[in-house]
Design a protein around this ligand. Structure first.
Ligand code: F6P
Ligand code: MG
Length: 448
């Protein structure tokens, strides 16, 4: 069940794997320790302080392992549903491997699982999220783009008065095009890459205006938006799934998109798949999901906002919370999403999840990490068709249509013609990790 191309590994110095395993992960872990110390200093009860101190000590152990390139040990049984999957994969495929010589996607995920373990075996801090502060803070600094979208989309979608059928069809297609791009570029704000962002950096990453989107469409190197529209425009009252990536602004964009997909009648239900615990810095957990909807409704995150802006945000929140109450939006968190398996193994290692997804009319995978896992994060030639690159998730009986909306932030690139990739490799050496380029790719699946 493996692709014919080698997976990226930390010791590949030519790859972003090397920089990530050697430098980025220790930096991220160092910041996580600082965050926990901050929390420690805000405590007063002896028992919980002692308990938290032990979490910090375990994080320091992990830091040593990471810096010494230690062998990957089994995950401690903390009662989570993913422990058996982790230890099976470690024993069966990656026994004796170190952080640097195991496949990158596995070793990096393993580091986040070990970070979770530092807390999950404690008494009082099992669900502590070392990245929560950072996630909330970045959203509250995203006001410009947040209000650009809320003031535009708070009122339910409607056609121009007297629009002909033909005009309605065109309008639907146009808005789909635009919202797909908003949802796509929402993935550009990724905290694991953008430590210490300024307000200006955030703004330029989050521009959502029409002109800006038209200009950035040329940066979508593999672009199946028209094919995706051909698929979705034939669906009525369907079920769509989003395998989420980042919390805060990206999740907000996902919700704006999902809102329209409900209003348009294409979907009557959307299922959102998040993570069970803190993952790759900014990924969505249940707490992030609740925080977003409730802060939009009751919070005061944006000190300079006008009453109209705040009202538009609340209007969205009311509608979205209703979708949740009515079961039109459902938040889920299967343990498989926090394992080290690539999605090539999804049908075999999480058959219940595969069956569940196979009932969807289309599964949207957001972001770079999900794309790496879809494609086995391997050195596939760039012109490899997406449905070949994702293996069983395209070819297995019952495979649903799969869409990847990804800004390119790591080495693997598929669904892009050879000449374009070769030109960029030559002219813009950092293009695979800059987040400036994107792919929007569809596999039609193997459903009846
Ligand atoms: O550490 C590398 C990485 O896993 C890449 O996939 C990407 O650079 C980033 O972290 C996560 O990006 P995203 O949030 O889009 O999955
Ligand atoms: Mg992420």
């Amino acid at each position: 069940n493996n692709p014919p191309w080698p997976a990226y590994r930390g010791y590949h110095e030519f790859s972003f794997a090397h920089e990530t395993m050697g430098k980025r992960l220790p930096t991220i872990l160092g910041k996580a320790i600082d965050d926990t110390i901050k929390t420690l200093n805000e405590q007063s009860k002896e028992e919980s302080m002692v308990d938290l101190l032990q979490c910090i000590e375990r994080m320091q152990e992990l830091m040593k392992d990471l810096q010494a390139n230690a062998k990957l040990r089994p995950v401690v049984d903390d009662g989570e549903g993913d422990v058996a999957l982790w230890n099976k994969e470690l024993a069966k495929y990656f026994r004796g491997k170190t952080f640097m010589d195991a496949p990158w996607f596995f070793a990096e995920a393993y580091k986040y699982r070990r970070l979770h373990e530092c807390f999950s075996i404690s008494k009082h801090w099992k669900d502590y999220d070392v990245f929560f502060r950072q996630k909330c803070d970045t959203f509250s600094r995203s006001g410009t783009a947040v209000f650009e979208l809320s003031t535009r989309f708070a009122e339910p979608f409607h056609y121009e008065a007297n629009a002909s059928e033909d005009e309605k069809v065109k309008a639907r297609k146009l808005i789909f095009h635009e919202l797909t791009q908003i949802c796509l570029w929402g993935n550009a704000t990724d905290l694991s890459l953008l430590i210490n962002m300024t307000e200006e950096d955030i703004k330029s990453l989050q521009s959502t205006g029409g002109e800006h989107l038209a200009a950035t469409e040329k940066n979508i190197l593999g672009n199946h938006i028209d094919r995706i529209w051909a698929l979705l425009s034939n669906i009525k009252d369907g079920r769509l799934d989003f395998v989420l990536d980042n919390a805060g602004f990206e999740l907000y964009c996902d919700c704006v998109y999902a809102d329209w997909l409900i209003q348009s009648g294409i979907a009557k239900q959307i299922r959102f798949h998040g993570k069970r615990f803190a993952w790759f810095v900014s990924d969505v957990t249940r707490k992030d999901w609740d925080w977003l909807l409730n802060s939009m409704m009751y919070g005061s995150l944006f000190s300079t906002a006008t009453d109209d802006q705040l009202q538009s945000l609340r209007q969205l929140a009311v509608r979205w919370k209703n979708y949740e109450k009515e079961g039109k939006w459902v938040y889920e968190q299967h343990p498989f999403w926090c394992t080290g398996y690539s999605f090539w193994s999804l049908p075999s290692e999480a058959p219940d999840l595969f069956l569940h997804l196979s009932e969807s009319d289309c599964v949207f995978f957001k972001g770079d990490l999900n794309h790496r896992k879809l494609t086995y994060d391997c050195q596939a030639p760039s012109q490899t068709p997406f449905d070949i690159a994702i293996g069983p998730l395209a070819s297995e009986d019952g495979a649903p249509p799969v869409v990847s909306l990804r800004t390119v932030k790591s080495d693997v690139v598929v669904g892009v013609d050879e000449a374009t990739a070769a030109r960029l490799d030559k002219e813009e050496p950092g293009w695979r990790i800059s987040g400036k380029y994107a792919v929007v790719l569809l596999s039609e699946g193997d459903a009846e």
